[in-house]
Design a binder for this molecule. Structure first.
Ligand code: FMN
Length: 401
């Protein structure tokens, strides 16, 4: 099932070169099973024609304030009322100015002004960097944020005009993720989460090392689900090839010692610490500065024990609410509960590695003072949302939202 099944989205497209990206956005929205109605400004229609949006959305496109196809003859009222969210991408400098001033001289600006209170309005500015840096545009953007409009981007980079700087429209994938997030319950609103994910890599020499098969997917899915739930999320990540979830601050580390340092230096004001990373238990006691040669190398590798980051955090007098993960290959119940008690954790998530590590699906069981609670199976994303709900309900002060 798509992440936006049953949602009606009005997509406004204004006059900018990035209008071509709006076509990709419509496809991505339809892929998530949203019902999309496109509203084009007159200038927007000069960049990409209505026929393209009609074909991609499967719905007629709206262009004119005086269009009488709406049942009450008032498209500017009806379109906003029946939408679950309004997205304007790209939003021109001109459109931001209109929106900030409450102008209503075409269909798109009028329907934004007439939208019901609380209706999500997300805009993705796209323009030349000088236009974006102009104090008037900055003022308009700041005013829109104050008014509760969600501004996404613009990103920094190469621009269609040949210049480089801030002004590129946020990518369609990023906009979709942000939109999906707006429909999730805000159970962690106001909470600060520190989470670790991925494996660690312990060098033996400059080209070799000890590591494990953790893909980082579960930790990243949890970081995303927590951000969707409204938490401020810092993700301390071992080496993985995954994109950083939107709105998450990511800190990259390689070794267990670096991960420990990154965690301990970021604990101030943290409400919740989730340790998902598969931290290597051992490291090479004396990594070689130069590549170890095949000939003449000793065939034994002296190891040193790595610190237990979670146990160290959980033992602090000012410890945040700590959640651990235990990946076991056998006797999960016994080993996970023993681990939870040894580390003094209120909650531990156990999984059998045959069923999850490095893979897309995971079977998880929660262990707390009340016993053992299996989590219904699903994709990592679904499981992550369920898990965040379970964690939020156990936090001191309870779930928000
Ligand atoms: C070739 C061309 C490219 C343009 N690109 C942009 C752009 O990327 N961003 C922007 O804010 N304005 C851009 N403009 C200016 C807008 O099209 C102009 O301000 C227009 O009035 C916007 O109308 P609208 O906000 O009703 O769609 C461009 C104009 C032209 C002729």
């Amino acid at each position: 099932m798509g992440e936006l099944t049953g949602k009606r989205i009005v997509l406004g497209v204004t006059g900018g070169v990035a209008a071509y990206k709006a076509a990709e956005l419509v496809r991505a929205l339809v892929r998530e099973q949203a019902a999309v109605e496109v509203v084009l400004t007159a200038t927007g229609a000069r960049f990409v024609s209505a026929a393209t949006f009609q074909a991609l959305s499967g719905n007629p496109v709206w262009l004119d304030l005086w269009d009488d196809r709406a049942s009450g003859g008032m498209a500017h009222i009806e379109l906003g009322r029946r939408a679950d969210a309004i997205v304007v991408a790209p939003a021109s400098a001109d459109f931001l100015a209109k929106l900030a001033c409450g102008l209503a001289d075409d269909l798109l600006s009028t329907l934004c002004l007439a939208r019901p209170a609380g209706r999500v309005l997300m805009v993705a500015p796209a323009m030349n960097r000088e236009m974006w840096d102009n104090p008037a545009t900055r003022r308009n953007a700041a005013r829109l944020r104050e008014d509760g409009v969600a501004l996404l981007g613009p990103a920094d980079g190469e621009q269609a005009c040949g210049e480089t700087g801030p002004g590129r429209m946020a990518e369609p994938g990023e906009l979709i993720e942000a939109l999906i997030a707006t429909f999730q319950p805000r159970r962690l609103a106001g909470r600060r989460l520190l989470i670790t994910a991925g494996p660690t890599f312990e060098p033996i020499d400059p080209v070799r090392g000890l590591t494990n098969l953790s893909s980082g997917r579960m930790g990243y899915a949890l970081a995303r689900a927590a951000a969707e739930a409204g938490a401020a999320v810092t993700l301390v990540s071992g080496p993985v090839s995954l994109a950083t979830p939107g709105g998450v601050e990511r800190v990259d580390v390689l070794t267990a010692l670096q991960m420990r340092e990154a965690v301990l230096s970021r604990l101030a004001d943290i409400d919740l610490f989730i340790a998902v990373a598969a931290v290597c238990d051992f490291r090479a006691a004396e990594p070689s500065v130069a590549k170890v040669k095949k000939e003449g190398a000793s065939l034994s590798l002296p190891l040193a024990r790595n610190p237990d980051i979670l146990a160290e955090v959980a033992a602090r007098p000012d410890a945040p609410f700590c959640v651990g993960f235990a990946a076991e290959t056998e006797r999960l119940e016994e080993q996970a509960e023993a681990k939870r008690r040894a580390k003094g954790l209120p909650l531990l998530v156990g999984n059998l590695v045959q069923e999850g590590m490095g893979g897309e699906n995971s079977r998880l069981v929660l262990f707390d003072d009340g016993g053992m609670h299996p989590i219904a199976p699903g994709s990592k994303r679904e499981i992550a949302r369920r898990l965040i709900g379970e964690i939020a309900a156990r936090l001191p002060g309870g779930a928000h939202g």
